[in-house]
Write a protein that binds this ligand. Structure first.
Ligand code: SF4
Length: 433
């Protein structure tokens, strides 16, 4: 290590919802030199890669370099002249920037949606309906003796989750994996399933009926359960329910296999009810395996600012919330919006074709540190500092615990918070507010 370099300890990783807070980062002040303790995903996020170097504005079909003032002015003009602006993303930035974004969308009477609407939105809907039997990851680490991953594969998506919080982690009342049972329910044998004490293969789209059968067994009415449900024999289901009832502290980590398969939020309502009912026999909890590092934070900020956690529509002068109508995919698909502000996301590469097609017909504004397929549609591109590496702020872990992500290096790029603060001021000026 050179004399000028410094090591920053207890760095929070701004990549996945695990928000590991034990990283060590070596910097020379302007760039990251080394990252220790992070998984490959976190390391690659913190080390960074090729950036959008300066703001860009599309003219005659081509993106040309611009100043930040020009780009923010152009973006503000587009937004303030729109009849129905839409904004989407916001899961990979900090709460302070999200708050500015909510105020901006309220000012322009737009629709604001997050990546939750294509990932854990169904979990959020279910929690609104039947509650959240949750706990912190710290409680899981210290107490859990039965860990269930259902429709999630942390070995690939949250690589340090098991070592830090769930299966292998040593806690006050648990010596680690020797003291825990790991069960995986999935439609295919994943890398996480390879490590499990028990892997239960289920038929695609059958989660809802499996939970219903388990609840029926739990209520003592197993006589009415058929001999096989969703690919699992009745005997096996009875054995699983019995194991869950005997747990000292059990946890189900639910993934996108639950939220984005048949029955969607109904799956979550059913598994939450199952967890509630098991609590008559054993301490049991459920935690969603949130993907983007601050998608939980978007839900918090949006709910405390508007009363609703995502897909909010300000066009009526009060907040309207109706997922399926006010979600970004649907607004685009109906060709309803006349401008699109994309923040730290890439809808062009993961939205359905019908929604992406409308992006080519309307002005698109992108705020992001990096190029992605959405850049090809963008009319204004504003490069931002990477939150959690080049800008500080608050992020919420998958279990709802807020953590402070830090600024590790000085860079030339403004933070998302600064960009939206300026955009809000400019929009107010243009609207004569
Ligand atoms: S598990 Fe997630 S939060 Fe932890 S280091 Fe890896 S990417 Fe970062």
């Amino acid at each position: 290590m050179s004399a000028e370099n410094r090591i920053i300890t207890d760095v929070v990783c701004p990549f996945c919802g695990s928000l590991c807070d034990d990283l060590e980062v070596e910097t020379d002040g302007t760039k990251i030199v080394k990252v220790k303790k992070a998984c490959k995903l976190g390391k690659s996020k913190i080390m960074g890669h090729e950036r959008i170097e300066s703001p860009l504005i599309r003219e005659d079909g081509k993106l040309r370099e611009a100043t930040y003032e020009e780009a923010i002015e152009r973006a503000s003009q587009i937004l303030s002249n729109s009849k129905r602006p839409l904004s989407y993303g916001w899961a990979s930035t900090v709460c302070e920037a999200i708050e500015k974004g909510v105020h901006l969308l309220e000012e322009i009477g737009g629709v604001m949606d997050s990546t939750a609407s294509v990932c854990h939105g169904p979990t959020v809907l279910a929690v609104q309906g039947v509650g959240a039997p949750g706990c912190t990851l710290g409680e899981v680490k210290n107490r859990a003796d039965l860990v269930i991953f259902w429709g999630s594969n942390p070995v690939h998506a949250h690589p340090r989750h098991q070592a830090r919080y769930s299966y292998n982690a040593k806690g006050f009342f648990s010596g680690g994996k020797e003291d825990r049972t790991l069960m995986v329910f999935d439609v295919r044998k994943t890398k996480t399933a390879d490590k499990a004490d028990e892997y239960v293969q289920i038929e695609p789209g059958s989660d809802y009926k499996i939970f219903s059968a388990m609840r029926t067994i739990l209520s003592g009415n197993e006589d009415v359960v058929p001999s096989e449900v969703g690919g699992i024999s009745k005997e096996k289901l009875i054995e699983i329910v019995d194991r869950m009832k005997k747990a000292k502290f059990g946890v189900i980590f639910g993934g996108l296999g639950l939220t984005q398969s048949r029955c969607r939020y109904k799956n979550l309502e059913n598994v939450i009810s199952l967890v509630d009912e098991i609590n008559e026999h054993a301490k049991f909890t459920l935690i969603p395996m949130r993907g983007h590092y601050n998608i939980a934070g978007f839900g918090q900020v949006c709910a405390w600012e508007t009363g609703y956690p995502f897909a909010v529509d300000f066009s009526r002068g009060y907040v309207w919330y109706n997922p399926g109508e006010t979600t970004a995919v649907d607004v685009l698909n109906r060709k309803e919006c006349d401008s699109f502000l994309v923040v730290a996301a890439d809808p062009a590469s993961n939205f359905p074709k019908g929604s992406v097609e409308h992006m080519k017909d309307i002005p698109v504004i992108q705020v992001d540190p990096y190029h992605n397929p959405t850049t090809e549609f963008a009319d204004v591109v504003i490069p931002a500092a990477v939150a959690g590496v080049e800008a500080e702020g608050t992020a919420y872990r998958m279990d709802g615990i807020p953590l402070r992500v830090r600024k590790l290096v000085d860079v030339k790029y403004p933070s998302d918070e600064e960009i939206f603060d300026k955009m809000l001021t400019k929009v107010k000026e243009l609207k004569g507010a």
